[in-house]
Write a protein that binds this ligand. Structure first.
Ligand code: PLP
Length: 255
């Protein structure tokens, strides 16, 4: 069984972040290793606060784990602060495993989950990432390009590749045609549209971005190509979005 290292924030309600990532890794046949970057105060009704974990503790955990365990892929989610981003980037120099970075900026309800400029986190993390998975808003924060149509997603992806990312998947949840959700996978020399149905669900489903990046990491760990990993993960998460869980009084969760 492949080890997948998850570096993410703790959402105690279990719909996003570390708890959800660990559960998804197990569901997809990988063995998760988990390092918490931040502790959020959060329920299904929203994020009330977020407290970063000491960057030195995170770096020590990663240094120790990566010296011990062979990791087949890494997923990075919420980082919380520029200091944590820098510590994670330094520690990941110890592994050649593919890194999938979901550049979490804000919770859907607006609370900041990164206390700083995402652009600056990209300076240290893009060169370490085999794939960066921004939504439209995160792609704009990272590159300055407003995402209105597919060409904009390609332009933003190219800018991030020029800053060192291996590839960029600009997710189609918040732009594009009404019936189709188009994720655009951009590599240095190519751009591929990965289409799926835009799912009619009752309000936003919590944790979809986290789950997609984790599923891609698990697929890479299982030996799929980057495009195959993205296509397979999109189908997996679409099926989960179509039948979400309702663990509390607030939003539905993807798992
Ligand atoms: N909490 C944590 C720990 C997360 O990683 C994320 C998203 O990545 C969220 C909350 C926000 O999730 P949502 O955008 O679904 O509100």
């Amino acid at each position: 069984m492949s080890n997948v290292l998850v570096i993410a924030g703790l959402d105690p309600s279990g719909g996003a972040g570390l708890v959800a990532d660990v559960r998804l890794c197990e569901r997809l046949g990988a063995r998760p290793l988990a390092v918490a970057t931040a502790l959020t105060v959060q329920t299904t009704e929203g994020v009330a606060a977020s407290h970063p974990v000491d960057a030195a503790v995170i770096e020590a955990q990663l240094d120790a784990l990566l010296a011990d365990v062979e990791v087949a892929a890494v997923k990075i989610g919420m980082l919380g602060s520029p200091a944590v981003a820098a510590a994670v980037a330094r520690a990941l120099a110890a592994t050649a495993a593919p890194v999938v970075w979901d550049p979490v900026g804000h919770a859907t309800r607006g609370v900041a989950l990164f206390a700083g400029e995402l652009r600056e986190a990209a300076d240290v993390l893009a060169p370490r990432a085999a794939l960066v998975t921004p939504n439209a808003d995160e792609a704009t924060r990272l590159t300055g390009v407003a995402i209105v149509e597919a060409d904009d997603a390609v332009a933003a992806g190219r800018l991030l590749c020029a800053r060192g990312a291996g590839a960029v998947l600009v997710k189609g949840g918040h732009w594009g045609p009404a019936a189709t959700a188009i994720d655009v996978l951009v590599t240095a020399g190519d751009a591929i549209a990965i289409e799926g149905p835009r799912l009619a669900v009752d309000g936003p489903v919590h944790g979809t971005g986290c789950a997609l990046a984790t599923a891609i990491a698990c697929n890479l760990a299982a030996g799929r190509t980057l495009e195959g990993a993205c296509r397979h993960a999109k189908a997996t998460i679409a099926a989960m979005i179509a039948s979400p869980l309702r663990p509390g009084r607030g939003r539905a969760a993807v798992l």
